[in-house]
Design a binder for this molecule. Structure first.
Ligand SMILES: [Zn+2]
Length: 384
C-alpha cells in the first residue's frame, strides 16, 4: 500500500509503502515474540484499567506510561521497550478517536488472548551507531530478537527509510512482519490521456475484467481450483462433529487453504493492477456498487473475485503516476448501447454473450461492447 501524506514545499511528496514478509524465527525468537505479544496485551489492559480508575476518582483523563509498570511486572523488561511504547501510543490514539467521535469509534476495550490478534509494533531509531531495525539479505534485525530470518518477495529500494515494523502471528501459527518505509518522490506531472492511451474495463464474473480492446484478465486456473477445494472442505466440515479430532484437523486445513487463497488473490490483484496502471494513461471503469455485486456473486457460482480491492489498487497506482481513474455512472446504459453506431436498445439479458445491434447489425461480444462504451463515456468526462 502507498499513499500520499503531505505535499512538501519543494514539490516533493512524502510517500509510504509497506513490504510484508514471512518470518522464520528460531525457537527462542518465537518464544520472545510470544512474550512480547503477551506483554503488549498486559500493558494495554493495565494502562486502560488505570485510566478508567483515575477517571472515576478524579473526573480527569490520564494515561500512565509503560515505565510505571516495570517494577511490579519485571518481565516487561525482557521484551522490546519500543513495543510497549507503541501500545501506549495506540491506546492514546484510540482515546483521541473516541473523544472526537464516540459513536463511530467506541470506547477502547480490553484485549483478550483468544479474541485479539497477536501483534506488536516497533519504531526504528537511527543512532550514530546505526539504526535499531534494519533488513539484511535474508532477515530483519530487531532490537531484542536480533536477526530474524525472513523471506522477501521484493526488495526495499536503497533510498527508502525504514520507519517501523509490525510483527504478527496468524491463526495458523505463521509469523509475518509488515515493514513501513517512507520515501520522497517528485510530485507526478499529470499524464495526458488520449483515446489511444485510455483503456475501458468492464467487470466480468467469468473473466474478472474485459477490456475495450478485447483483452481479458482470466484469473489463474489455480485460483479457481483452490476455491473449489475450499468449498469441498467446507462441506466436509459441516458434516463433522465440532470439537472432534477430525474436525480440528479439517478446520486447520481449511484455515491454511483460506489463507493461501487470500495470498494468491492478492498477488493476482497487485500484478494485474500494476500492469494496467503502468501501461495506460487513464483507466475508465463503471462506478458499480461493489458490495451489491459481491452479494450477487456469492449467490452465483463464482465466489467474490475481489473487484473492490482491484479498483482500489488501480486508483492509487494510477494516482502516483498522475493518471486518472475515471468512474462512469453506474446507471449509464453501457451494456445495451451499440459501441459502433450509438443506438441504445432494450436491456440485454445478463447471461447473453453476444448481442447484435438491431440498427446497424454489428455483432458484439456483450462485455467488450460494454467496455467500449465505458471507455467512450470516460473519455468524454476527461475532455469535458
Ligand atoms: Zn449499432
Amino acid at each position: 500500500m502507498a499513499w500520499r501524506k503531505r505535499d512538501a514545499a519543494d514539490g516533493k511528496t512524502v510517500r509510504y509503502t509497506t513490504l510484508k514478509v514471512r518470518l522464520c524465527p528460531t525457537e527462542a525468537q518465537a518464544e520472545l515474540f510470544e512474550n512480547t505479544f503477551g506483554c503488549c496485551r498486559y500493558i494495554w489492559n493495565h494502562m486502560l484499567a488505570d485510566e478508567q480508575r483515575f477517571y472515576l476518582e478524579t473526573d480527569r483523563h490520564f494515561l500512565p506510561t509503560p515505565a510505571k509498570y516495570k517494577k511490579e511486572a519485571p518481565f516487561l523488561k525482557e521484551v522490546d521497550n519500543q513495543a510497549l511504547i507503541q501500545e501506549h501510543n495506540k491506546l492514546a490514539q484510540a482515546f483521541r478517536m473516541f473523544f472526537k467521535n464516540p459513536e463511530a469509534f467506541g470506547h477502547p476495550g480490553f484485549k483478550r488472548k483468544k479474541a485479539d490478534k497477536d501483534s506488536f509494533t516497533a519504531c526504528n531509531h537511527v543512532f550514530e551507531s546505526g539504526p535499531t531495525i534494519y533488513t539484511t539479505r535474508d532477515g530483519i534485525r530487531m532490537t531484542k530478537a536480533g536477526i530474524v530470518k525472513a523471506r522477501f518477495s521484493r526488495r526495499p529500494q536503497a533510498w527508502w527509510k525504514l520507519r517501523r515494523i509490525t510483527v504478527e502471528k496468524t491463526r495458523t501459527g505463521k509469523y509475518f512482519c509488515s515493514i513501513l518505509y517512507e520515501y520522497d518522490s517528485e510530485a507526478p506531472s499529470p499524464a495526458a490521456p488520449t483515446a489511444e492511451t485510455t483503456i475501458g474495463l468492464k467487470y466480468s464474473l467469468a473473466h474478472f475484467y474485459v477490456a475495450d480492446n478485447g483483452e481479458m484478465a482470466d484469473p489463474p486456473r489455480w485460483l479457481k481450483q483452490s476455491q473449489e477445494k475450499l468449498a469441498k472442505l467446507q462441506q466436509r466440515l459441516s458434516r463433522m462433529e465440532p470439537g472432534s479430532k477430525n474436525y480440528q484437523e479439517a478446520a486447520r486445513k481449511y484455515r491454511l487453504l483460506h489463507e493461501h487463497i487470500a495470498n494468491q488473490r492478492r498477488d493476482f490483484t497487485h500484478k494485474e493492477s500494476s500492469r494496467i496502471a503502468n501501461g495506460w494513461n487513464a483507466v475508465c471503469v463503471r462506478d458499480d456498487d461493489l458490495r451489491e455485486m459481491a452479494r450477487e456473486i456469492r449467490l452465483g457460482p463464482v465466489p467474490d473475485a475481489g473487484f473492490g480491492m482491484f479498483r482500489e489498487c488501480l486508483r492509487y497506482k494510477l494516482e502516483r503516476q498522475g493518471k486518472p481513474l475515471v468512474l462512469v455512472g453506474r446507471y449509464q446504459p453501457t451494456t445495451r448501447t451499440c459501441s459502433a453506431c450509438g443506438f441504445a436498445g432494450d436491456a440485454v439479458p445478463r447471461k447473453a454473450k453476444t448481442w447484435v445491434c438491431p440498427k446497424c447489425g454489428a455483432a458484439h461480444n456483450t462485455e467488450v461492447n460494454a467496455a467500449r462504451n465505458i471507455k467512450r463515456n470516460g473519455l468524454a468526462q476527461i475532455c469535458a
